[in-house]
Design a protein around this ligand. Structure first.
Ligand code: SAH
Length: 402
């Protein structure tokens, strides 16, 4: 057993300590705590430890609300008071910009939630059959052990209710390889969309679910079939309505998404004459909400199902071939961030304002550095808590052409 001091927190929310110079990652710890640790993994450059005892406890430590917290792996900040989580995330963004982008910039205070629980509008449960009984839950972090979970404190109550019905009638499910169930909530209907993936629900279960479900899909060997109800699920966001299919991206925290859209509109500073490009537009949450304030908005997304009046294709290929000039560009890429060639295409279009929305501070810092090197001025880095209780951080960055 080692006695170590927690000096920092990494991107996965694990505490960082040093043992004779070597970095040790210890989940569920807080900066300043002195802890007893058992090393469970010893690599060349780092080790991983399990918290065995807290010798000096942080004043920010609280009881985790969820009984599965230390087992589940979905959350990593439940042992910290919310105030601590928000200031920590702000600090992590600040440090990441410095370390990866070489950018020393005052990051704004994180926009948090009043009630940072029961916010998720979508869940995917995994299923496995073990000794003739079916487990339904989440995989433990960095493992293939499935933890059976009855309730999740991050989910909207309706999602827990529907999950409970499925669990009660789990014997009605025919399980295959890599089975899972996706449930998505509509804030417009207060009903859900359910997708059974590689598992088939029996008639009684379907009947029971039909009271709460707006649509039920079955996905097997890559093909999708509607078993019950309507094809799409309506979702109200900003001043617009969206119709979602089971595979369309939509922010999982609707309350924070409203704040995000509001901020993007504000940053775009539209007067009605601008041409706006919404790259990685998804179903168009930004495009549609800004359409009435701009002269023209064009969206690009590679997911054909998600979009109606946007261009289908990868941003990297589409923008270089477009002849249009844009005064504003929004980018909201997946975690990997922007490809270098796409950054060059954006630079050649020369928009006055770029708004970059990102769920990965590291790739964000790397990309923002490129814009700064090419005559863009960093105006704001605004973190927003899209995923309270977890270590994920969403950021909105405003850049202006010098
Ligand atoms: N801005 C939207 C969606 C962001 S999620 C919203 O806020 O709801 C990221 C989106 O990028 C997804 O819709 C995905 O289909 C799309 N995508 C991923 N890689 C892409 C690429 N190379 N080119 C275009 N779109 C891509």
């Amino acid at each position: 057993m080692l006695n170590l001091l927690i000096e920092n927190i990494n991107h996965d929310g694990e505490g960082i300590a040093r043992n004779k110079g070597k970095v040790v990652f210890i989940p569920f710890t807080i900066v300043g705590e002195q802890v007893n640790v058992e090393i469970v993994e010893d690599k060349k450059y780092y080790s991983r430890g399990i918290l065995k005892e807290i010798v000096t406890k942080s004043s920010h430590r609280i009881e985790a609300k969820c009984p599965y917290y230390y087992n589940c792996g979905g959350c990593s900040y439940q042992h910290m008071a919310y105030q601590m989580q928000t200031s920590l995330k702000q600090k992590i963004v600040q440090n990441t910009f410095k370390r990866i982008g070489g950018i020393d910039f005052e990051v704004k205070e994180l926009i948090g939630m009043q009630k940072p629980w029961n916010y998720r509008n979508k869940v995917t449960w995994h299923l496995v059959e073990e000794q003739k009984s079916i487990k339904m839950g989440f995989y433990r972090m960095r493992s293939n052990i499935l933890i059976d979970i009855q309730q999740c404190t991050l989910l909207k109550p309706v999602l827990n209710e529907v999950s409970h019905i499925i669990r009660e009638m789990i014997h009605e499910l025919k399980i295959g390889e890599k089975s899972s169930i996706m449930i998505r909530h509509s804030n417009d209907l207060n009903k859900v969309m359910i997708e059974f993936i590689n598992c088939i629900p029996g008639k009684n279960l379907l009947k029971k679910l039909s009271g709460k479900a707006h649509s039920i899909y079955l996905q097997q060997r890559g093909s999708l079939k509607l078993l019950f109800g309507e094809k799409g699920l309506t979702q109200r966001t900003g001043h617009s309505m969206f119709i979602l299919g089971p595979h369309d991206f939509f922010q999982i925290n609707p309350e924070q998404n409203e704040k995000l859209i509001h901020l993007v509109c504000q940053y775009l500073d539209l007067s009605g004459t601008e041409k706006v490009l919404d790259a990685y537009c998804g179903v168009g949450t930004f495009s549609i909400n800004i359409a009435r304030d701009a002269f023209r908005v064009l969206g690009i997304d590679s997911n054909l199902q998600a979009i109606n009046n946007a261009i289908v294709g990868s941003c990297e290929h589409v923008l270089v071939n477009l002849k249009t000039r844009f005064n504003r560009i929004i980018v909201d890429p997946p975690r990997a961030g922007l490809k270098e060639a796409f950054i060059r295409s954006i630079l050649s279009v020369c928009p006055k304002i770029i708004v970059y929305i990102s769920c990965n501070p590291s790739t964000l810092a790397r990309d923002i550095k490129q814009f700064i090197l090419n005559d863009y001025k960093l105006i704001d880095i605004q973190p927003l808590d899209m995923f309270p209780q977890t270590s994920n951080i969403e950021n909105i960055v405003l850049l202006q052409k010098i």
